[in-house]
Design a protein around this ligand. Structure first.
Ligand code: 5IU
Length: 263
């Protein structure tokens, strides 16, 4: 069967489009650079929320190991919703072990992350072997898979605030640029626009929490720090009206992006 033609471009099934390209088309088509971070402990609740805010987000970030009700059936349901509304699913696993162990953590156990997560987060602390190992694990999966390397953290006193460390992460990103699509960062790290910069620690009203989190506004993150994607958690999930707040962050993020693009 031939893929449908749309604006002269062959429209592929979203599940077969490379992840970098999906970010770009999602941003243009849905007008959003917002990643909702749903640090909720119920997958049922995340599923419901994702149906409500699906049109507003380009990515949903979860932590599968905080869920009280994880099951492969439910995560498959979330996956289907992500296909329907065209957003990516990021498991914020923050892999940080030796190659052999992360392969097991990525593919085995209760979560079998590699079977459902479009993207995962990775610390490069153990050396580049961690990225090689993860990439190798997904070679047999017939959907695009990728990762984001953690270059800088938003928390107070983060040991990643070290030039040599960040340089090492950038080098690794460039070397494994098929599987590594970009960074979790607090600043723009390379002029090569193919690498996507995702920035957590975003809030319009607060400057931090009681446990070391530090916030900047969407404008500061995009304009000041060169973020492509805003990762927003409690600013939305703790708000009285999650849907409305999600729309506000989507609009603010996309407006700032458009203003900068038009300069
Ligand atoms: N997160 C950070 N800062 C970082 C990294 C990850 O906040 O440097 I790497 C995660 C932690 C949490 C989310 O899941 O992003 C931010 O949530 P709040 O917006 O609720 O603070």
């Amino acid at each position: 069967e031939l893929p449908a033609l749309k604006n002269g471009i062959i429209e592929m099934k979203s599940s077969s489009i490379p992840i970098r390209q999906r970010f770009q088309t999602i941003r243009e088509e849905k007008k959003t650079n917002l990643c909702l971070c749903a640090d909720l402990t119920s997958l049922d609740e995340i599923i419901e929320l994702s149906k409500q805010v699906g049109p507003n987000i380009c990515m949903l970030k979860i932590h599968c190991d905080i869920l009280n009700d994880f099951s492969m059936e439910k995560i498959q349901q979330l996956k289907n919703i992500s296909r329907t509304f065209n957003f990516l699913l990021l498991e914020d696993r923050k892999f940080a072990d030796i190659g052999n162990t992360v392969q097991l953590q990525y593919t085995k156990g209760l979560f079998q992350i590699a079977t459902w997560a479009d993207l995962v987060t990775v610390h490069v602390l153990p050396g580049e072997g961690i990225v090689q190992a993860l990439e190798q694990s997904v070679q047999s999966i017939d959907e695009p898979r990728g990762c984001l390397l953690i270059a800088q953290m938003s928390s107070k006193g983060a040991l990643t605030n070290n030039e040599d460390y960040v340089k090492g992460v950038i080098k690794c990103t460039e070397k494994y640029s098929d599987y590594v699509i970009g960074f979790i960062s607090q600043s723009r790290l390379t002029t090569d626009n193919k690498f996507i910069h995702c920035t957590p620690g975003i809030h319009l009203n607060n400057t931090g929490d009681q446990l070391g989190q530090q916030y900047v506004t969407p404008r500061q993150a995009i304009d000041g720090r060169g973020a492509d994607i805003l990762i927003v958690g409690r600013a939305i999930t703790d708000s009285i009206n999650r849907i409305k707040t999600c729309e506000e962050y989507q609009q603010e993020g996309y407006n700032v992006y458009e203003q900068l693009r038009n300069i």
